[in-house]
Ligand binder design. Structure first.
Ligand SMILES: [Zn+2]
Length: 160
């Protein structure tokens, strides 16, 4: 899904270059659609990585774990064994939604203002799209960095 989102963004750029007479509304729909798919893709990838179908292993210590898989921090293994990861994941997931939900609203309304009134709103729309692209790429990078950090910390403490 991340690849699909990136493809849609690239498609919007290619269309904009190849077909200059294409209406702006079509481009911005593809662009916004691509960004939304990209965000969903990030989210689904992380979720499916956390809850494997048959045998689930702990993200940090690779131990086979049982119990509820969603939301991930409700699993007692994380709460008891990797308490710092548990606290961080809980907080950052809340932050993610706090940032993601309003930003969808801002993005949609800025696109609307741009198409409706143009002019100075085009800068506003451009900025929000840019902010989204940065957020869409930096959040998963930040997530996996953090997880790697927790993993390393665990290995240092528990290896003989
Ligand atoms: Zn574990």
């Amino acid at each position: 899904m991340i690849i699909a989102g990136v493809n849609m963004l690239v498609a919007a750029l290619v269309f904009a270059i190849l077909i200059p007479w294409l209406p702006m509304i079509v481009l911005s729909v593809i662009l916004v659609g691509g960004l939304i798919v990209l965000m969903l893709g990030n989210f689904v990838t992380i979720l499916s990585g956390l809850s494997k179908r048959t045998e689930r292993r702990c993200t940090i210590c690779q131990l086979v774990i049982t119990g509820r898989a969603f939301p991930i921090w409700k699993n007692p293994h994380y709460e008891l064994v990797h308490h710092d990861y548990y606290v961080w994941l809980k907080g950052s997931t809340n932050n993610f939604f706090l940032v993601a939900v309003p930003s969808i609203v801002i993005l949609a309304s800025s696109e609307y203002l741009w198409l409706e009134y143009g002019g100075v709103y085009s800068y506003f729309a451009g900025l929000t799209v840019l902010a989204w692209v940065i957020f869409g790429f930096s959040w998963p990078v930040h997530y996996w960095r953090k997880v790697r950090g927790f993993k390393r910390g665990w290995m240092n403490n528990h290896q003989v």
